[in-house]
Every structure is written in C-alpha cells, then in structure tokens.
Design a protein around this ligand. Structure first.
Ligand SMILES: [Zn+2]
Length: 159
C-alpha cells in the first residue's frame, strides 16, 4: 500500500508543472459503504505543457474525474482517474502496489509506457492532492496517536 505523499513524491516535474493548470469544477466527499472516506473531483486543464516545458492554451479541454479512497488512518489510498495518463501508465502500476483498482485500463501491465512499473500519478491526482493536503489529518503512526486536524476530508468512519 502507498500513501498520497509517497505517490506524489514519485511524480515527475512535467506532471507537477501540468498540475498547476488543472482547475476543479466539482468536488464531492463522503464515506463509501465500506466506511472508507473518499474525495472525488472533476477537472479540466486550462493549458497543456509541451516537451520543452512551455505552456500553451488548451483549446479543447477534456474533463476528467479523479477519486481518492482512503484505506486507513495511515492515509494509504486507492487512486483513480479517468485520463489517458492514468489509464495507460499509472493504474496498473498503482494496483500492483495496492494503491488502485483496475477500473479504466484493460489490466495489462504497462510494459511500454511504464516499464519499471513506477507507482506515480497523473497531473490531476497530483493537483487534487495539493488541493486537499492542508485539510488532511496527520497520518497515524504505528503505536502513536492520530491527531485529527480534519478540516473537511473524510478518512475513516468511526466504528
Ligand atoms: Zn488524471
């Protein structure tokens, strides 16, 4: 399993730059029937980044849906995003590390696009993480107490 922080740290500069142009239109949060907290967000990008790192206006922005499901109070997550980058590069690699379900991809390993199976994320997931980061509680450490500084992101329903 992986935390959002671990996945974000593996995410490269190209996607971090791209994440700055991601605009969220709708967000929804709550608990799934298994008691896990989730946040779902729809977004589009105002600009795209070319291979030289230049930003240019995205003439026909597509909308994508990104979902984080919190698996425990240590903030392990399942990440989902409907974009091509997640579908063809990250979903299988994240699933391989217990951090995604096979949802959009066909379940084949991304041997060409992500041959080392690096468990990073797309710009939408990176942008959503940056957006909710200040609202996340401190992850519960082993044997330690969780400090619930929960300003709106649901993590686990009290049992
Ligand atoms: Zn995405």
């Amino acid at each position: 399993m992986l935390t959002l922080d671990q996945i974000a740290r593996r995410t490269n500069n190209f996607r971090r730059m791209g994440s700055k142009f991601v605009r969220f239109t709708d967000t929804k949060k709550g608990y799934l029937s298994n008691g896990n907290g989730y946040i779902a967000a729809a977004s589009y990008s105002t600009h795209r980044i070319d291979s030289a790192g230049r930003a240019y206006v995205n003439q026909q922005p597509s909308k994508y849906v990104t979902v984080f499901e919190f698996l425990d109070t240590q903030l392990h997550v399942n990440i989902s995003c409907s974009c091509e980058d997640n579908t063809y590069r990250w979903e299988w690699a994240l699933w391989n590390r217990g951090a995604a379900e096979i949802e959009y991809s066909n379940g084949d390993a991304p041997d060409i696009r992500n041959p080392t199976y690096k468990a990073a994320c797309c710009k939408h997931a990176y942008a959503l993480y940056q957006k909710i980061k200040p609202k996340l509680p401190q992850p519960k450490t082993e044997g330690g107490q969780q400090t619930f500084n929960n300003k709106g992101v649901m993590i686990q329903k009290k049992k």
